[in-house]
Design a protein around this ligand. Structure first.
Ligand code: 26V
Length: 839
């Protein structure tokens, strides 16, 4: 037994007092900052002066605001110092442009990264403050749909931890991702009023507002804009800054979110011809641009307001970037040496045309010079291969809103296609495939083509995804620009996803390998031999049990859902989408249910199948899947055959906060997408880090997880991406239905109305989808091997030592999946950026 003592329940961040955290932060050229010397009456002052409330009268929300404001007071000087140092040193500056930042809550995270946990715990104790209750007062900043937005949040945290001079740019939506309610098992969307109360973390900077000229005036109607051509107008972008605290608190970078407003009252005359009423409604209209996050995850329809949002982000951010670049005394030729801009998917790909416009029209450079600098400055990350998610925008929309940009896109295309023709004379089919313009009844700009042609780097987010991008999605481009394509396998921040989310396990790991793993996750490799240590395994299982109990309490308080901690917690939490195959999971549940009904003597370990995730509001089949999960859950609860042995729970309103509680409590991680469809996945990494075992297909980053832990330490099943692609065209789900009795009985039971006696035909569309010739997600093709993998899970669970061994190895080998590793790769091979430590 190598651990010294029973781990304490409180998280032990790398402490400032000579506990070794100094050396590991030294990897990033910096050590932790001791935030001492602040008088701890900050909290009282904030209560009295901000809230004008007697200390004993303050409610939980006021107390939260006062604590958060006090923490902001503590970090303010450091935040300013970081900016001053970046101004002084004029390093290569990194910018991460993203339409989404799925931040979640900030209070506990900031306290942790400032290494203030012991201080804050102590101060709270002395005041009788219930910190857990205060933390629950903070709404999630849900400015994202899912993986892409959460990745952006992990990345900015890693960049700050690694002392990179980096700024994230996004939009300050008034409404983030919708709140999901369940009524009769159906998803109902409610607005997310996260800014209903003042947000203590943001700092408005109206004096740094930027003006965005548009080629037309517009009106907004339900997500579409009606354009009045020929009348120019303006939007104002007001920055709201949020601190991004690096672990150790030395670097505090900025996340700058833009709010759309009208230029000030002064301009009202120009805007509205002196019409006061019209002027006020123009203000309201302008503000609709940053009103709401688009909730679709992968089905962009022709929603023109989204186009305007994307341009607004690009125009505000590039204006700000260029202003900072010039203010630091740089000159245009140095742009690509001093600035690296990463485009998070094609959503900000208008940056290619916008930067060209700035360099041509404002800097007065010639085309070739401007093009070289644009390509040298910008880089693009692709996050999905789903054809329906590859963005295109009608040429008409460009023409009306951004005529100059369309001109530039046409000129980029003309020169590019000249090069294509020169390389492939006579191959007009290739020219048509590669053109930036999709011809057809409505001509469209292909944003992925623009992004590849207009940047020096295109990367995917896991090895298989980058490979498929090169070989299947854009092979012509990969052949033309072989040096531009690369891979950057995603990662997640171990601070939020392990140190903060799982204090018990974090403390055990610290006991085992010393502090320092949180900023150098590779250090966990030293835990590997402890998988063979019976004493360590006991401590490990105890820490996991504690996380489970904590979650059981929390979800009972939040939703009134009672979960049995003695059952296996088997979790599939992610957006609801056919390719992610929640339906495969449900089919397997029904297979298990049928077995129990057939043979009441069966005695598998009890299991609770946990689901959470939102469906795009217009994705009817996804919403029907949610309803099915709830119907199955309710039926199992009523049936003696299942009771106590098989449960299904759909946890409403999946969020960063729910993930932080649920992942540490889960035994099994479901990563069961059709191979070739999930670009990376990132919850797979969070589960692994917290000691869950993966049941998964060979897809996305799960393949690399298997490489790290060895195939014997997870449960892989199903067709490979090549097999899936190879059977496209002849796949016949009916064959499985006819030859596999368990599959047939499961499907028949769902279609029979057993789970929904009130409305027997309810699930006909699901049966239809699963049995349609050529069903693209191949549910039935994988069901048998999935059920087999799940049988292995149940068998192993009975062997506690065997289970713990594999789970420990998963934690120990999770080092690769720290977003610090990912960011180090971006910094080294795409950005050419190095740390700029703040003294
Ligand atoms: C598309 C659209 C279309 C218009 C409205 C809003 C919207 C929002 C998102 C998207 C594309 C989503 C692409 C995406 O989220 N990809 C995910 O990226 C993760 C991080 O790289 C990755 O782990 C997931 O596998 C991948 O699905």
């Amino acid at each position: 037994m190598s651990t010294r003592a029973t781990p304490s329940a409180t998280p032990r961040a790398d402490g400032p007092e000579g506990d070794g955290s100094g050396d590991l932060l030294a990897r990033y050229g910096c050590g932790p900052v001791p935030f001492t010397g602040h008088d701890d009456a900050l909290y009282e002052r904030r209560l009295i002066f901000d809230h004008v409330v007697d200390l004993t009268e303050a409610g939980p929300r006021e107390r939260f605001e006062a604590v958060a404001a006090a923490i902001r007071d503590v970090l303010a000087q450091r935040w300013v110092r970081t900016q001053q140092e970046h101004e002084r040193a004029n390093p290569k500056q990194v910018y991460y442009l993203s339409m989404e930042f799925l931040i979640g809550r900030s209070l506990a995270n900031n306290v942790m990264n400032l290494l203030l946990s012991p201080l804050v715990d102590d101060a709270a104790r002395r005041r009788g403050l219930d910190l857990a209750e205060l933390i629950e007062q903070e709404p999630d900043a849900g400015l994202g749909n899912g993986g892409l937005g959460r990745l952006a949040a992990c990345f900015v945290e890693s960049m700050a931890t690694m002392a990179l001079p980096a700024i994230g740019y996004g939009l300050r939506y008034d409404f983030g991702i919708f709140r999901q309610e369940l009524r009769d098992g159906c998803q109902v969307e409610q607005p997310d009023r996260w800014l209903a109360r003042p947000d203590p973390w943001e700092v408005a900077r109206p004096n740094e507002a930027v003006t965005v000229p548009l080629g037309c005036r517009f009106e907004a109607h339900g997500g579409e804009i009606a354009v009045h051509r020929g009348q120019a107008s303006h939007l104002l972008g007001v920055p709201y800054d949020r601190p991004v605290v690096g672990h150790g608190g030395r670097t505090i970078n900025t996340l700058r979110l833009w709010k759309a407003e009208t230029p000030d009252v002064f301009d009202f005359g120009e805007f509205s011809g002196g019409d006061y009423f019209g002027a006020v409604s123009d203000r309201v209209l302008a503000e609709t641009v940053s009103r709401v996050l688009y909730p679709d995850d992968s089905t962009p329809r022709g929603r023109s307001l989204r186009f305007l949002q994307e341009y607004f982000l690009v125009a505000c951010s590039l204006d700000d970037i260029v202003a900072r670049f010039l203010r630091r005394g740089n000159d245009w030729p140095a742009l690509a040496d001093k600035v690296a801009v990463q485009l998070n998917d094609t959503h900000p790909a208008l940056a290619v045309a916008e930067l060209m416009r700035i360099l041509l029209d404002r800097a007065g450079l010639n085309w070739d010079r401007a093009w070289e600098l644009t390509i040298g400055t910008l880089a693009y990350t692709n996050h999905t291969l789903l054809p329906e998610a590859l963005e295109t925008w009608p040429v008409d929309l460009f023409e009306a809103l951004l005529p100059r940009h369309l001109e530039i896109v046409y000129e980029i295309n003309r020169r590019f296609l000249d090069d294509v023709r020169a390389a492939h004379p006579g191959d007009e089919a290739k020219v048509g495939r590669m053109s930036l313009i999709e011809e057809g009844p409505t001509r469209k700009v292909r944003m992925a083509h623009l992004a590849i042609v207009g940047t020096h780097s295109t990367n995917g987010v896991a090895a298989i995804h980058s490979e498929l991008l090169r070989t299947r999605t854009v092979p012509d481009f990969a052949a033309m620009f072989p040096g531009r394509f690369g891979n950057k396998t995603n990662g997640v921040t171990p601070r939020r996803w392990l140190l903060l989310a799982n204090p018990g396990l974090a403390a055990l790991l610290t006991e085992a390998v010393g502090v320092g793993w949180a900023a150098d996750l590779g250090k966990l490799a030293a835990v590997t031999p402890l998988a063979e240590d019976a004493g360590f395994r006991e401590h490990f299982l105890a820490a996991r049990r504690a996380a489970k109990l904590r979650f059981v309490d929390w979800i009972r308080d939040r939703d009134g859902i009672a979960l049995d901690p003695d059952s296996i917690f088997d979790a599939q939490v992610k957006r609801i989408h056919e390719y992610k195959r929640q339906l495969l999971n449900v089919l397997h549940v029904v297979v298990c249910y049928n077995r129990l009904r057939d043979d009441p003597g069966l005695d598998p370990p009890p299991r609770t199948f946990l689901f959470a995730g939102k469906a795009a509001p217009a994705y009817h089949l996804a919403k029907l899947i949610i309803r099915l999960i709830n119907d199955v859950g309710a039926t199992l609860d009523r049936d003696q055959a299942a009771r106590g042995r098989l449960r299904v729970a759909f946890l409403p309103d999946y969020s960063v906060t729910l993930a932080e509680r649920l992942i540490p409590a889960s035994d099994v991680s479901e990563q069961i997408s059709t191979a070739g469809f999930e670009a990376s996945g990132t919850s797979n990494m969070k589960f692994m880090m917290n000691g869950a075992l993966t049941v998964g297909t060979r897809d996305g980053a799960t393949i690399e997880i298997a490489e790290e832990v060895g195939e014997e330490n997870l449960f892989l099943f199903g067709l490979t991406a090549d097999q899936v692609a190879g059977s496209r065209g002849w796949y016949e789900p009916r064959w499985h239905y006819e030859h596999e009795p368990e599959a047939r009985r499961a499907l028949d039971l769902i279609a029979s109305g057993h789970f929904n006696p009130g409305e027997p035909g309810r699930y006909a569309p699901i049966r239809e989808a699963l049995l349609t010739h050529g069903e693209p997600y191949m549910h039935l093709a994988d069901l048998t091997s999935y059920a087999e993998a799940q049988r292995c899970v149940s068998d192993l669970y009975a062997d506690r030592a065997g289970w713990a061994r594999k789970a420990i190895i998963n934690v120990a080998r999770s080092g690769k999946f720290s977003s610090d590793r990912t960011i180090a790769e971006y910094a080294g091979s795409i950005w050419g950026a190095t740390p700029c430590p703040v003294a």
